[in-house]
Design a protein around this ligand. Structure first.
Ligand code: SF4
Ligand code: FES
Length: 368
């Protein structure tokens, strides 16, 4: 058996040794942090993914030890393999930063910018990209694209206007389910994700499309409009499942399980266990919304820099309560209990058990 060859590659002045055949993006992930380019279409667990969105562009300032000429154009790091002695610039290259801002502007051209009502807000890679590279205004003068509404089944909500055509969901359908019924139809600015003649996506593993979608184009119908993700508390949990690994993240509000997802790593990808990707089945994702169904392991570590990590602190010491001390031992007076004043978000309404999104009527009904 031939020996594994290793190549040295330097990315943003940090050198790392990686097996031959590794892409620049995966080499950068080994270094981690800001050196790693964003990736909206590449997904290391989905064969053939990458090369579509151009967010991962980098500058190769030295091709290799043998041929040190720089590459004439920026290259997609998810599709470019490292050469020995290669030097790459990501955030240290003005050209890259400028190109990424251009790609972001392009991805947002037709986007509805509806983050305030989008369930993906807080864990959306396009939102992160927009914050980092987006501009406050737009140069686009035309009407944004619209699509006829398409029902793709009982569990997954499709918002085509948010789709960036990364193709990840189609790879999930091809590689995880045995019967792909959806895909990218048409071409150019008519291209859209759709199912063939109103077929529903009902395969046991179809819910994983929600987890791989980098934007809010595919969201969980059972969680839709139930809560903002940063108000929920993610905990790691597992159950014995005969279809999947059963290792999930529960997104809870108090004792309610509002949403179940696969566990994600710091790149937003589904984690692997013993070399196998931890995809979860639809039963675990959509039907097990009771804490009793799960064995809780503990709070999730939110490694990403996004707003989703707001209020989620681990390994921290709660500061000492000093209010009583400064008030000479007196308890602070509660001026108002919000639940006595307003019925909205009444904690006794179990959001995970009502069909569809919660509206004012949900809370009024309870009181009538
Ligand atoms: S629906 Fe989501 S996962 Fe599918 S192509 Fe569009 S953005 Fe990508
Ligand atoms: S992540 Fe490389 S082109 Fe999309």
């Amino acid at each position: 058996m031939s020996e594994q060859q290793f190549f040295k590659v330097t990315i943003d002045n940090i050198t790392v040794e990686v097996p031959a055949g590794t892409t620049v993006l995966m080499a950068a992930r080994m270094i981690g942090g800001d050196v790693t380019p964003p990736a909206m279409c590449f997904y290391s667990k989905l064969q053939g993914s990458g090369g579509k969105c151009r967010t991962c562009l980098v500058e190769v300032s030295k091709g290799s030890e043998k041929d040190p000429r720089p590459m004439p154009k920026l290259v997609a790091s998810c599709r470019t393999t490292v050469m020995d002695g290669m030097e790459v610039k990501n955030i240290t290259s003005e050209k890259v930063v400028d190109a990424r801002a251009g790609v972001t502007e392009f991805l947002l051209l037709n986007h509805p910018l509806d983050c305030p009502i989008c369930d993906q807000a807080g864990e959306c890679h396009l939102q992160d990209l927009g914050y980092e590279h987006g501009k406050a205004g737009t140069r686009y003068e035309f009407s944004r694209r619209t699509f006829d509404k398409e029902d793709i089944g009982p569990y997954i909500q499709l918002h085509m206007t948010r789709c960036i055509l990364c193709y990840r969901c189609t790879y999930v359908a091809s590689q995880l389910t045995d019967n792909r019924v959806h895909g990218v139809l048409d071409r150019g600015d008519h291209a859209e994700i759709s199912t063939y003649i109103s077929k529903a996506i009902d395969n046991d593993f179809s819910g994983n499309m929600i987890d791989v979608c980098p934007v809010g184009a595919l969201t969980d119908k059972t969680f839709r409009f139930k809560n903002r993700v940063w108000f929920t508390k993610p905990v790691e949990a597992h159950r014995d499942c005969d279809k999947c690994c059963g290792k999930v993240t529960l997104w809870n509000r108090g004792d309610e399980v509002l949403r179940v997802t696969a566990r994600k790593d710091e790149w937003g990808e589904v984690k692997s266990y013993d070399g196998k990707t931890g995809w979860i089945c639809n039963t675990c994702r959509f039907d097990k919304k009771d804490l009793k169904d799960w064995t809780i392991e503990g709070p999730s570590r939110i490694a990403r820099h996004s707003v989703i990590s707001a209020n989620h602190y681990l390994d921290t010491v709660k500061p000492k309560e000093t209010i009583q001390e400064v008030m000479g031992g007196r308890q602070p007076k509660l001026l108002m209990d919000i639940h006595k004043v307003s019925d909205v978000n009444d904690p006794s309404v179990d959001l995970s058990r009502i069909a569809g999104p919660a509206t004012g009527a949900t809370f009024e009904k309870k009181n009538s």
